[in-house]
Design a protein around this ligand. Structure first.
Ligand code: FMN
Length: 313
């Protein structure tokens, strides 16, 4: 598989593991990069010092390109960027903010920059900001999502038409068949979160992983819409939010219920009742917790088999 995404990042397969709070430390990122994809360290749940440690450990664990994801909504994103610039991280994926803020500075420092969006309008802004690649993410995805609730199937062909920058599809992709579908729609690579969150190398708790591989269709929902739309498992915490919203709770009321450290509690510490449990809709087809190497091999095999099937071989 050779295309603009593989040559941009210097990788074998156009498969990227998205930054994921409490899941994607250096172990996951290095494993994905070593298996021929592009592994991202998720800085969202780290302090600048912890991020530095993860970057250095990732450098020691792989000689392949890797990256860091920085959600720009956090107050300490500037401190993160200082670490990234000092460490000369080869690839940076920014999300949840403006692509204009950091793109040029990072590129001048030698990094390739991609930005994550949930709409065609923002994809055009990314192109104007001069990013090297755009991730268009449908709201099937785990984690924070677009308010407009556009699906990957609807989003990718429209973004493809609107921009000429290399395009990566995210949201609802966990198999080789899904990857082929995304490429058929006009993407040149895929970013997966949920599939890699449920791998051996993910730092999520065993409790969280085990719950996720037993989910059925309909067990996740876009919640916290008044604060920051996030796809969650329908646990007790979600029900509390929903009840409050039904009674007319304001954004501030919801912020009070949310408090601090809910996603750490749920994903990392395994509190399945009170934690904020972020995972994608596609979790309902995932029934195992393999190594990253096994996931990558299976995706490539499925991709090739389905391609042959389509061609009638
Ligand atoms: C547990 C979890 C945490 C996430 N945290 C982040 C994050 O910190 N920054 C970000 O840009 N995206 C985050 N995401 C989104 C992923 O990077 C990825 O784009 C998304 O999961 C793709 O959709 P999928 O879950 O259907 O594969 C998160 C996703 C999950 C499942």
């Amino acid at each position: 598989m050779k295309n603009r995404i593989t040559s941009l990042f210097g990788i074998k397969y156009p498969i990227i593991s998205g930054g994921m709070v409490w899941c994607s430390g250096w172990q996951l990122a290095a494993a994905v990069s070593n298996a021929g994809g592009l592994g991202l360290i998720g800085a969202g749940s780290m302090t600048a010092d912890i991020l530095r440690e993860h970057i250095q450990k990732c450098k020691a664990a792989t000689d392949k390109p890797f990256g860091v994801n920085v959600p720009l909504m956090y107050h300490h994103s500037e401190a993160m960027m200082e670490v990234i610039i000092a460490e000369k991280v080869p690839v940076v994926f920014t999300s949840a903010g403006s692509p204009k803020t950091w793109t040029r500075k990072l590129q001048e420092n030698g990094s390739k920059v991609a930005h994550v969006v949930a709409s065609t309008k923002f994809a055009i802004k990314c192109e104007e900001a001069g990013v090297d690649a755009i991730v268009a993410e449908g709201f099937e995805a785990g984690g924070h999502n677009g308010r407009e609730e556009t699906t990957t199937m609807v989003l990718i062909p429209q973004v493809r038409k609107a921009i000429s920058t290399p395009l990566i599809a995210a949201g609802g992709i966990a198999t080789g068949e899904g990857m082929l579908a995304a490429i058929a729609l006009g993407a040149e690579g895929i970013q997966m979160g949920t599939r890699f969150a449920l791998s051996q190398e993910s730092s999520a708790s065993e409790e969280f992983k085990n719950l996720c591989i037993n989910l059925q269709e309909g067990d996740t929902i876009l919640s916290l819409k008044k604060v920051s739309p996030t796809r969650l498992i329908k646990n007790e915490f979600y029900k509390e939010v929903e009840e409050a919203e039904n009674k007319g709770a304001s954004a501030d009321d919801i912020r009070t219920i949310l408090g601090h450290g809910r996603s750490k509690k749920g994903i990392f510490e395994g509190d399945l009742v009170n934690g904020e449990l972020e995972i994608g809709q596609i979790s309902s087809i995932i029934k195992d917790i393999p190594t990253v190497k096994a996931i990558m091999e299976q995706i490539v095999e499925e991709y090739n088999a389905r391609l042959k099937w389509i061609q009638g071989d």
